[in-house]
Design a protein around this ligand. Structure first.
Ligand code: AMP
Length: 289
């Protein structure tokens, strides 16, 4: 049985549940507050705080986990990244009060007090840029620290930037770009090494196939046979479109292809201009090339 540590609440939890369900790994909890759930087959999930997941995986309490890259890096533990899950995208930034006159790290003078829940990454960033700082570790509500006079600047996560703006703060440097990752530790004795490697590779492939499918659509159309060369130019597909005979005496052929979602509008218009009919576009659940 492979144990996967998943966030129990917060920003990443809902996306994780949806992603696992789309991959065919439905979380079968015994109630919303359950700490352990079967994922079906050889996987079980444990629900813990996103911040604790790197430790649990590194210590071998779980074979793999899903959490933010920011938390993986902050933990300082040696972990293997199996997959970038693309959601939970955010930036860890240095931010200063709008009226501070600070627009870049070069504008920071002296040894400012920096409030953060990321002391390790903060220390490393300021060492790299050669600036001395005085860390003010806090456990939340970082944005308020400059207004309370307990810090001069902050290092915190932002995605849309709206919380920073509301709190009259301006990002002046990026410490790290983050998103949710599937991570694994370096072997545990919980499961045989080969079985574990195989199980984690299968999990990673399944999740990756869902992510890949999300940006793609399956398109089907009947097109005039004599327009096929031009159709192939507007419908490249994964390996070129699949062409199927239509039992209409040979005037039309059916073409099937995988099309990027953002190209669907243009492709339909182009196919119609070439005499395409009966155009059908459907979602794809999983896509493994
Ligand atoms: P939680 O504290 O459990 O809600 O999870 C926070 C994690 O969500 C962070 O460590 C990031 O990886 C991710 N995240 C994505 N966008 C943001 C954001 N705007 N603010 C904070 N965390 C974010």
């Amino acid at each position: 049985m492979l144990r996967i540590a998943l966030p129990n609440k917060g920003r990443l939890a809902e996306e994780v549940t949806g992603l696992f369900a789309d991959a065919g790994l439905d979380l079968r909890t015994r109630g919303a507050r359950a700490l352990v759930a079967s994922l079906g087959g050889e996987f079980e999930a444990i629900f813990v705080r996103a911040r604790d997941i790197p430790e649990f995986v590194a210590d071998g309490a779980a074979d793999a986990g899903v959490t933010g890259l920011d938390l993986v890096c902050e933990s300082g533990r040696t972990l293997t990244e199996l997959l970038d899950l693309e959601f939970g995208a955010c930036r860890l930034v240095v931010a200063a009060r709008e009226e501070s006159g600070i627009h870049s790290v070069e504008d920071i003078s002296g040894a400012p007090r920096v409030a953060t829940v990321f002391p390790r990454l903060t220390r490393r960033f300021f060492e790299t840029v050669g600036r001395e700082v005085c860390l003010v570790p806090v456990s939340g509500a970082v944005e308020i620290a400059p207004h309370l006079g307990i810090a001069d600047i902050i290092v915190d996560l932002t995605s849309t930037g709206s919380t920073m703006r509301v709190n009259n703060l301006r990002p002046v440097a990026t410490v790290l770009e983050s998103s949710a990752r599937l991570i694994a530790g370096h072997g545990t004795e919980r499961a045989g090494r080969d079985a574990r490697e195989r199980g984690l590779a299968e999990l990673s492939t399944a999740l990756e196939s869902v992510l890949r499918a999300r940006g793609q659509r399956y398109l089907m159309a009947n097109v005039p046979r004599d327009a096929l060369d031009r159709v192939k130019r507007v419908l490249p597909g994964l390996n070129g479109p699949t062409v199927i005979d239509v039992l209409d005496g040979g005037t039309y052929v059916a073409v099937h292809a995988v099309v990027p979602q953002r190209a669907v509008f243009r492709t339909i218009a182009d196919l119609r201009a070439l005499g395409g009919q009966g155009i059908l576009v459907t979602r794809i659940e999983r896509l493994t090339p």
